[in-house]
Design a protein around this ligand. Structure first.
Ligand code: GLV
Ligand code: MN
Ligand code: MN
Length: 361
């Protein structure tokens, strides 16, 4: 293990060539399922073990990467590990201030997990373009299509563009009985109105590919008999069309300004935490995946990923591809998430065969 990531590998006969990497994440949101990310890490280990057991000798080395903090719930930004590896300038500068809800800084958390990363050597984790010949991620679909259509494997062609925004309103607060309705500047109602505006702006694009979610609203002081004097909202919006997604972000900003004005509250923060472009999967990898599913006699379909993944950021430094497997009713980010052993085994077989092909290129 070094300060880049946790590695498990199979050394190629020509280790000077760019390696073929695979992996995912094992962190999770609160009250999540057990398969999101984990399948792509344990599956990667198993795929390489299968190749080792079969005596396969790759030309390019094969490596497993376990990314830290893919979910945004600990340090407030998604795909922290892969973003850093891909050299996000904003993150390298912003990470110094990042703390979790226990007030543990990113660097203290990294240190206690055994990493040697610090403010001084943070930029050394950045991967140079071409460090990897290709990167592949196995993941549950997190949507219902493969199961509904009885298809074994999804070959991902592109990953949708995510954005996240933090907004804060401040009002006068006051006593829930004594302050009359016309006198109020209720920061909680401003937040509620903004949540509905997010839904409206997403729906008015008229596209099923536009989505928006308000997953966090925190009201201060949080007492039933006190008018909220502060509200904090976190908004997630995504689209496969980056321009359309950017249009939604702009409208959310305008609504935040308008709502604050109309309700007499202060818009004390409007911060775009990330506004990432979409990523396209690489043709060579897609072709290799098609060869693998055909060899294994598995049904497959081409599909886009509406969820984001570490692959979105790995695509900035390496050709990238993703394999989806069905999951029960498309459930994800909730405890009912499930993928069958058979489907996981299919995914691992496709991964192993594709890694093998790419490692000989
Ligand atoms: C990943 O966890 C996502 O929210 O798409
Ligand atoms: Mn997730
Ligand atoms: Mn995931």
């Amino acid at each position: 293990m070094d300060n880049k990531a946790a590695y498990y590998s199979l050394t190629g006969s020509d280790p000077e060539l760019g390696a073929v990497a695979t992996g995912s994440h094992i962190d999770a949101i609160p009250y999540s399922g057990k398969y999101d990310g984990v399948v792509g890490v344990l599956g990667a280990l198993e795929a390489i073990n299968v190749l080792k057991r079969s005596g396969f000798q790759p030309k390019r080395s094969l490596e497993v990467i376990l990314f830290t903090s893919e979910e945004p719930t600990r340090f407030g930004i998604s795909c922290l590990g892969s973003r850093l590896l891909a050299g996000s300038e904003a993150l390298v500068n912003g990470i110094k201030e990042s703390v979790d809800d226990q007030n543990t800084s990113f660097f203290d958390a990294a240190k206690s997990a055994g990493y040697v990363v610090s403010e001084e050597n943070l930029s050394t984790v950045i991967l140079e373009k071409g460090s990897y010949f290709s990167f592949l991620e196995l993941h549950i679909e997190q949507g219902p299509l493969l199961e509904e259509e009885g298809v074994s494997i999804g070959i991902v062609t592109a990953i949708a563009a995510p954005a996240s925004i933090k907004v804060e309103f401040e009002g006068n607060g006051g006593h829930a009985g004594a302050v009359l309705m016309p006198e109020r500047n209720d920061a909680g109602l401003a937040a509620a109105e903004l949540a509905l505006a997010v839904e409206k702006h997403v729906l008015e694009t008229g596209s099923m590919d536009s989505v928006g979610t308000v997953g966090i609203i925190v009201l201060h002081p949080g007492a039933i008999n006190s008018i909220p004097s502060k509200s904090h909202i976190e908004i997630d919006t995504r689209d496969i069309d980056e321009k359309r997604r950017d249009g939604i972000v702009e409208k959310i900003h305008q609504s935040s300004i308008d709502i604050a004005k109309r309700r007499g509250v202060k818009l004390s923060e409007f911060r775009i935490v990330n506004q990432d472009p979409p990523a396209k999967c690489d043709h060579l990898i897609i072709n290799a995946l098609e060869v693998a599913v055909r060899q294994l006699n598995l049904s497959h379909k081409m599909m886009i990923s509406r969820a984001y993944h570490d692959s979105l950021f790995m695509a900035r430094v390496s050709p990238m591809g993703m394999i989806f497997i069905p999951c029960y009713k498309g459930y994800s980010h909730k405890p009912e998430e499930y993928a069958s052993i058979e489907d996981i085994a299919n995914g691992v077989n496709v991964l192993a065969l594709t890694l093998a092909q790419l490692s000989l290129e």
